[in-house]
Design a protein. Structure first.
Length: 178
C-alpha cells in the first residue's frame, strides 16, 4: 500500500519539476453581481515565462482591448479577466490557458451572474383584458392587446394556416408586427 503512494508523489514531483504549466484547483466557479465591475484572476504554476489567454463561452479568445465589455489584463502573478459591467449574458463557461516552452494547460471557470435588479423572477404573468382586432387582410391581422400589469413582452402562438404547425413569437412592449 505504501508503494503506490510513493509512486504518485514521485510522478507529481517530476511533473511539477518539468516546468509544465498547471493549475490548482483545476476548475473554479465564480459568482459575479450584475451591474458591477469584476475581475477574475487566472494564475498558473510552471516555468517562466508563462503566456496567458482567456476564451469566452464559445471558445473565442478575449482581447486585451479595454474598450470592450470584457477584456484581459496581464497582472504580476497571471492574467485577469475584467468585466466592465457584468451582465446576465456574461454567465457561462470561460477558460484560461497558460503556455510556456513545456506546453499548455487550461482551466475552466464557471461564471455565474447574480441579478441585482431585485426581481428574482424574470418572467411576469399578466392578464389579458382585451384583444381588439383593427384590420384584417389576406396576409395579416392587426390587433391591440390590453393587459393588467406591465409585462416587458408577451408571446403570441399562431398558425399561418389551419393545417400548418403552430409558431410562437415574442412581442416586446410597444413593438408592432413580426
Amino acid at each position: 500500500m505504501l508503494v503506490p503512494l510513493i509512486c504518485a508523489l514521485i510522478i507529481h514531483t517530476v511533473a511539477a519539476q518539468s516546468g509544465h504549466p498547471e493549475f490548482d484547483p483545476t476548475m473554479e466557479q465564480v459568482v459575479l453581481e450584475e451591474g458591477t465591475l469584476a475581475k477574475v484572476e487566472c494564475e498558473a504554476k510552471g516555468e517562466q515565462p508563462l503566456t496567458y489567454k482567456w476564451y469566452n463561452q464559445t471558445g473565442v479568445e478575449i482581447p486585451s482591448d479595454a474598450n470592450q465589455d470584457i477584456f484581459t489584463r496581464r497582472s504580476d502573478s497571471g492574467c485577469s479577466l475584467i468585466f466592465g459591467s457584468v451582465k446576465r449574458i456574461h454567465a457561462g463557461l470561460y477558460s484560461c490557458s497558460a503556455t510556456n516552452k513545456h506546453g499548455t494547460a487550461s482551466k475552466p471557470y464557471d461564471i455565474i451572474v447574480n441579478s441585482t435588479s431585485g426581481n428574482i423572477t424574470t418572467n411576469e404573468t399578466a392578464q389579458i383584458d382585451s384583444v381588439k382586432v383593427i384590420n384584417i387582410t389576406d396576409n395579416s391581422v392587426e390587433f391591440i392587446v390590453t393587459t393588467t400589469g406591465e409585462p416587458d413582452s408577451f408571446y403570441i402562438r399562431y398558425k399561418e394556416k389551419l393545417d400548418k404547425e403552430e409558431k410562437s413569437v415574442q412581442i416586446k412592449r410597444g413593438e408592432k408586427g413580426f
